[in-house]
Ligand binder design. Sequence first.
Ligand SMILES: Nc1ncnc2c1ncn2[C@@H]1O[C@H](COP(=O)(O)OP(=O)(O)O)[C@@H](O)[C@H]1O
Ligand SMILES: [Mg+2]
Length: 591
Amino acid sequence: METVQLVKPRRHLVVRGLWRYFVTGRPLWGKGDNATFLLDATTDYRGGPVERLSRARWRRVARRHAGVTAPLCLLAWDWRAAALYALLALVGVGGWLGYLVALWWPQRAVRRTYVYPAARVLAKVTGQKFRRRAALRDILLPAGYGEEPTEIPVVVFLPDIPLDAGTKRRVVEALGPRLGLPDATARWIEVGERIRVELLPQLLPPVSVRLADLMDELLAAPLAQPVVGVQGKGHVIHMDFNNDSPHTLGSAGSGAGKSTLYKFVAMQRLRHPNTYAIMLDFKKWSHLRWMGRLEPGRVLIEDEVPRIHEVLCRVLDELLWRKSFNLDQERELEALPTVDVYVEEINTLMSLLQEYWKAEVARRKSEARAMLRRAKDSEDEGLIEEAEEALAAANGLSATSPAIQALRYGVNLGREFRIHFHLIGQSMSAKAAGGRDTRESFRTRLLARWDAKTWKMLADGVPFIACPAGPTGIWAHVHGAEVEIVRVPFVADADAVAYVQGGPRPSLPMFHGDAIVAEVRPALDASASLRDLVPMLPAPGLGIDALRKAAQRPGFPAPVGTVVRGVAAEYSVAEVLAWFADRERMAIDAA
Ligand SMILES: Nc1ncnc2c1ncn2[C@@H]1O[C@H](COP(=O)(O)OP(=O)(O)O)[C@@H](O)[C@H]1O
Ligand SMILES: [Mg+2]
């Protein structure tokens, strides 16, 4: 009697188990979830801390038949077929494991950077023991955390301990900084089996900032403290060229708002008396649409590598001149104009400058050798000596581009010289910034759409802050060990032009020894007749007759538009000035 009663339910369980295992796919024990044979689950009945939802049951059943029924049937039929089946299965499983490892590997860094350190401090606050498995189960980061901006909160499950207001505050204060969310906003969720807290960055800058709303702040800001943007709670944040660093680095991917940020900075700087901007942008169009419309003389825009090279050397020349001032000339030094040198797309430009210089050195050497050959042919002692000197000079040229040296040198000089460098690029590697030491000279660094790697590169020593999600224009203003997350207003080109034009015109030239408007490219698309061009040419200039003759020769820019008989032809002022600069350079080279 008794034995029958014991066996009956067991046999029943075995039959039910096999039925569920091979036919319906329902869980063998436990409540499971509401998945059906054809539909994925939407509700978990298990009530664990983490919801687990299974896929439609036909998948399970199919897997079991593939794993058990099929090999058994094959084995019964022919062992070789079963062996082939096993081999194929092995390959499939190997591939699948490889795929899982590939998914898991990048997670490792995230765990080590955020999850474990956060779990350790959490364990201290709650008095629990730190365990890796528990950490992974209890701290849930959104996918791609630290890689891209996110608006999904970090969720942390807490152990079952009494949580008063003080403990909750301590938990948030301890967790936030480890998770890249200092001063996080916390949302406590105490329904369900385990208490959890959702953390979101608090210092989110406003979603949009209008230039018009900032006007009073902009106009009141001193030259050395331009506004950089608006922080959460509406605080307006300024850069500080005197106390932080006179030079800035701007680093962000393409389309992240670099040119917009520097348009905002440059327009503020240009509004002040005796300030100039030099824009070195081989892509040409980053700032041309607004800077190109300022009155002639306010900015020097260069987009060709040889010209950029030359301008940087010119800036170095100016720096050295300014540096030669003595103590009794401090006043004169202070009165000199301020020059901001903006270098756009620095990553690419650095290599272009270096390549250009390499080619230039080769050219000068071969020219010097040709000169020496000619001199030897002429057997003129004086000429030979001169040519030998020229060759020695060419051989002695430095391998590093003098323009890059000028950048390095300039960046290391301080605010006393009133020449400020702003390096703008996609990734401010040490190479792009002119070397590791040079990069250290920039205490003011601006980052947009940063990830943990960029942060480590440019804000090392400052605890990581996750980049908040939101429309373009969110920047981290890192200065020394401090950082503010701000929104930069969008600035329309016309507004930037109008803002600058509201300020005074400079009364001193950009470079010493220049006349006020000399050698600065005039407004975009300006054209003029030859007669009008004569006074625009920088010293030593050309007379009208010489210019007319030159216009007949090849190499002179073509007239703009159609030429009508009896009406003076118009030429692009920019092109003629560039032609003149080339001609002057050739004359100097020949001399
Ligand atoms: N601060 C901002 N506010 C709103 N939109 C912006 C802002 N900065 C950039 N944008 C948008 O992003 C586009 C690309 O910006 P841009 O400054 O040219 O980027 P980058 O120079 O980094 O390639 C702009 O045309 C503008 O539409
Ligand atoms: Mg740009």
